[in-house]
Design a protein around this ligand. Structure first.
Ligand SMILES: Cc1cc2nc3c(=O)[nH]c(=O)nc-3n(C[C@H](O)[C@H](O)[C@H](O)COP(=O)(O)OP(=O)(O)OC[C@H]3O[C@@H](n4cnc5c(N)ncnc54)[C@H](O)[C@@H]3O)c2cc1C
Length: 594
């Protein structure tokens, strides 16, 4: 690694040079950085907040892997099938296959690195049931699995010799010709600029929840990776598929949106409407509350819109029948969090819950084997990458995704660097363009306030591009986004670059607008309902769309270009796995209607 301090055309910045730059220090970024280090590469790992504060740390329910410790009949084939059924067959089959095959070894590896999972009485990793998983499959640590995963990966990572840059935001990727060559960003505290030169860059920046009003995600969830990748020429796919987790708190207001883990339903929690009916009996009598998230979310939506909701626009989730001791043992975080922050005692009565924006199935298109995007040298792993989950992610399949494809991205970077050993150039001109873009908000004394635009964008997305959509709502959304864009170009930030949250938001806002546009365009194009995407004007599946992926590319003049691509068909050797399945796709078709 080398470091230097430079000034060009009055722009002062520091430079760090490594073989690999990993942007994002959640599970995917950490696992990628560990692998790249293990391959003998010098690695820089950058994150917006402190190490250990990514979304991964918030994961509660568990990590899906067919260890077969609790249900010995489980195996990769069943996990693969469940993932494809859950994704409504829009998944990239090869990613789903790799994920199911490699997840168990990645979990055992975490254990070797020091992760302490809950145990079965005979000392094996404990596994719990979750929506859409045929067997008890989620390896967990109470309801704080993500914390244990991040702790383990962090410990392993900091001892791997990588350089860690915390509280730094990357604003733009930099290319040398077609190939990636580094990235530009700023230190959040001082506002000083920083340039990273690298032979390969791995994006692991997570999702885009903050584009919506109600979300289980934190301030870091602003879709930076999707937008930066897109601006650098990488292709996005499946952007219409956003997961609205069925059980976010709707009341009290202070905890609105925060997640009530699916583990509550996994441990026996029941959903009721205001008439005291277990309405999942009508929606999916076989799986009830452990149906897939898209189906449960739509079930709740129907109860609320038909007037059988709870007083604050949700439904009731009750686990109190399991008894206080059991709940405190199995769901300690949930119990404490809701008692302390919301004064809701889940051992005594129900919670009021409703759908909350939770996960992005769409994202950067990657090669299943190497995790490389369509830009040479640029890789993506974790939530920012698309393909594995298709139209709907099964709970627990994200944590396993991070460790499977994080590792593959690290290996992919090594392969790429071996084949392209010459260090690419980060030109002064590219740095100047990135610096200009980041500082332009200070040019005006007066103009728009980024907080106002962001608030309006979130309201609009929730309302028009949320859990249900129509051609009209999406058309409105696109014209509102165009208007927001014009206003965003006129944002004025006062003060200096030294810790200036308004400036940070102004930069993030551009990324969220890019995500919002991609999402609305893809959602308008897909004239059917599938998984996380529900069109009131196009109920049920459509044959064309069952074989087609939506694509977004940047056009030559900087315009967003919407397209379609045929899905890779399932190969002959995997087809027999689905023989006789009523769910291909007939069984789920009925359930997909509102
Ligand atoms: C409350 C909650 C509970 C969940 N429970 C589960 C569960 O039980 N099981 C499961 O499988 N999944 C669960 N999920 C989903 C899962 O946690 C996430 O999908 C996953 O952790 C995402 O990991 P990631 O590594 O892709 O990104 P993240 O963990 O979100 O990390 C993103 C990283 O990128 C950095 N970053 C972003 N933008 C920039 C930038 N511009 N410059 C520099 N750094 C940047 C951030 O600082 C952060 O370090 C849950 C999610 C939430 C919110």
């Amino acid at each position: 690694m080398t470091t230097s301090e430079t000034t060009i055309n009055g722009i002062q910045y520091e430079t760090h040079e490594h073989d690999v730059l990993v942007i994002g220090a959640g599970g995917a970024g950490l696992r990628a950085a560990i692998e790249a280090s293990a391959q003998g590469l010098s690695v820089a790992l950058v994150c917006k907040s402190l190490l250990g504060k990514a979304h991964t740390v918030m994961a509660e329910g568990g990590c899906a892997a067919s260890m077969g410790y609790v249900d010995s009949a489980d195996g990769w084939e069943t996990h693969f099938k469940d993932t494809m059924h859950g994704g409504k067959f829009l998944n990239n089959w090869r990613m789903a296959q790799i994920h199911a095959q490699e997840a168990p070894e990645r979990v055992r590896e975490l254990e070797r690195w020091g992760a302490v999972f809950d145990r079965t009485p005979d000392g094996k990793i404990q596994q719990r049931p979750f929506g859409g998983h045929t067997y008890r499959r989620l390896c967990h640590v109470g309801d704080h699995t993500g914390l244990e995963m991040i702790r383990t990966l962090q410990d392993k990572g900091v001892h791997s010799g990588m350089d860690i840059f915390m509280e730094a935001t990357i604003t733009d990727l930099i290319k040398d010709g077609d190939r990636i060559s580094g990235a530009f960003g700023y230190w959040r505290e001082s506002g000083r600029f920083v340039v990273f030169k690298a032979k390969a860059v791995i994006l692991a920046t997570g999702g885009l929840g903050k584009t919506f009003k109600i979300t289980s995600g934190s301030w870091e969830y602003t879709g930076d990776g999707f937008a930066m990748g897109y601006r650098a020429g990488a292709e996005l796919i499946d952007m219409e598929f956003v997961q609205f987790h069925p059980t976010g708190m709707v009341w009290p207001n202070g905890v609105r949106g925060i997640l009530v883990t699916e583990a509550v339903r996994g441990e026996g929690g029941r959903l009721f409407n205001s008439l005291g009916e277990r309405f999942m009996e009508k929606v999916d009598p076989a799986r009830m509350e452990l149906s897939t998230r898209d189906i449960v979310a739509k079930g709740i939506y129907k109860e609320v819109t038909e007037g059988r909701g709870s007083p604050h626009g949700g439904v009731f989730l009750d686990i109190s029948h399991r008894g206080a001791d059991y709940i405190r043992k199995k769901l300690p975080g949930m119990y404490r969090q809701l008692l302390e922050f919301a004064d809701v005692d889940i051992t005594k009565g129900p919670m009021e819950v409703g759908p909350t924006t939770h996960y992005t199935m769409g994202g950067l298109k990657v090669d299943p084997e190497t995790a490389m995007t369509t830009v040479p040298g640029l890789f993506a792993a974790g939530e920012v990458a698309a393909g594995l989950h298709g139209a709907n992610r099964l709970g627990g399949n994200s944590l396993s995704d991070l460790i499977v494809f994080g590792r593959r991205a690290g290996l992919g970077a090594k392969q790429f660097i071996d084949a392209n050993p010459t260090a690419p150039v980060v030109s002064d001109e590219r740095i100047a363009v990135a610096a200009r873009r980041a500082s332009s908000f200070f040019d005006r004394d007066q103009g728009e306030n980024p907080y106002t635009i962001h608030g309006e964008l979130q309201e609009m997305m929730q309302d028009k591009v949320g859990i249900v959509r129509t051609d009209e709502s999406l058309g409105d959304a696109l014209s509102r986004i165009e208007d927001f864009r014009k206003r965003a170009a006129n944002v004025a930030i006062t003060g200096t670059r030294t810790f200036n949250p308004g400036w940070h938001l102004a930069i993030d806002l551009e990324n969220m607008l890019t995500c919002a546009e991609a999402l609305a365009l893809c959602a308008r194009q897909r004239t059917e309902s599938r998984g996380g995407h529900t069109r009131l004007d196009h109920e049920g599946y459509d044959d064309h769309w069952s074989k087609t992926t939506s694509t977004i590319k940047r056009g030559d003049n900087g315009e967003m270009v919407l397209g379609q691509q045929p899905l890779d068909p399932l190969p002959a050797d995997l087809k027999p796995l689905f023989e006789g399945d009523v769910g291909v796709p007939g069984a789920i078709k009925a359930n997909n209607k509102l």
